[in-house]
Write a protein that binds this ligand. Sequence first.
Ligand SMILES: [Fe+2]
Length: 155
Amino acid sequence: MTFDDLFLEGVQDIYDAEKQLTKALPKMAKAATSPELRAAFEKHLTETQGQVTRLEKVFECLGEKAKAKKCAAMKGLVEEGQEMIDSGADGDVLDAGLIAAAQKVEHYEISTYGTLRTWARHDGNAECEPPLRDPAGGESDRRSAHRPGGIQRQR
Ligand SMILES: [Fe+2]
């Protein structure tokens, strides 16, 4: 495996992860008790859809076909979110559990995009790095998570 292969597999992994998230976030939004938390999940969904589009630009830049490689980590994180939904918890307790699950997801995204941006810059793919940034300042370009945990702190 070359470094280029490793980078491409990383992009394929997060592409799959974002696609899994576009299916999971509506379920989390539906389960959320607080309207603010529901709105935060809906906003995250819109951002996630934008990230799928940006990742397609990265594939295009690399001259590769957009292809997803199963992201086992996101599968597990999404399962944990679903376990919370199925737990029977409700109200603030359910919301706290959903926020915790969402923050684990965000941290996976933050670390993955951070690594991919570094690899793009150092592996002769610098021109493919900009779509790995998030112009809206969403989680793909953030150093630490502020949302939806921010909602918890406001309450
Ligand atoms: Fe992954």
